[in-house]
Design a protein around this ligand. Sequence first.
Ligand code: GRG
Length: 301
Amino acid sequence: MSDTARSLIAQTVERVEGTLQEVLSPTSQAGEGPRPARLVEAMRYAALAGGKRLRPALMIESARLLGRTDDGVLVAAAALECIHCYSLVHDDLPAMDDDELRRGRPTTHIAFDEATAILAGDSLLTLAFDLIARPEVSDSTQVRLTLSQELARAAGVGGMAGGQMMDLESEHRARTEDEIRLLQSLKTGALIRYACRSGAILAQASPQTVETLTRFGEIIGYAFQLADDLLDACGDAEVVGKATGKDADKGKATLLGLMGEDKARKILAGLIEEALSLLAPFEDKADNLTALAKFVAARSN
Ligand code: GRG
């Protein structure tokens, strides 16, 4: 990882965790009723334990590229991370992927219990919409409304949850490349696309620039998934020649499995090139986003 990417990721982790610590404080906040301690503890467990904070980093750097750098962006970034963390908690449940480890420690339903994990996920999901409505996110009510609707769509039936459903439905049969592309663009792509697009919306960029950042996010979402497949298959993104293309413990076909490692690596390199070409007009103002794009392709965890 480049020094720029390393330091950006470290800064984002620190800044976003500061915001998450505040909003997930064990004590009630203005306008709220009492908070059951065990539920808050499970939410904190799910949201404050590691994680690369890639989606917040993409949002913060997309907004910065277009001139917005204040802490209001952190609140929007924390909202997005709450949704991501909720999705991981629910994805790990016995009814879904049935995983016992996440980020190197027991998943939330193992550390607590299934009912608490479901409620922690629900509460992180709904907290996201509380956060996005907060005045510090934007002076413009229209911007907050747009971000709220777009976040709902990215996370919902036409986005992440819908992609997860397609994944479950097609688990035990052969999938075409198009099917896998579609379900991945929803399941993992939609939140990454939103991260970049919302950064531009937060900065109140022109419609054309919002579309450029949206396309950038779509490409990065696809690249993230291919890199994830390579990482799963090889254990290390730099290892060549070992990829099987199977999400081995789940028996799911992946794009990597259909296209093979060489083609996957070629496509990944092409995607990053295309993403960087979208940033070229911004010249050195895009250095941070450029570093994140390269990090996505070369990450090792
Ligand atoms: C339960 C509605 C619902 C959706 C779940 C996102 C998702 C849909 C499932 C996650 C399954 C999975 C592990 C997919 C691979 C790609 C992915 C999202 C990895 C985790 O994201 P990272 O690497 O995680 O950004 P960290 O831990 O760094 O936050």
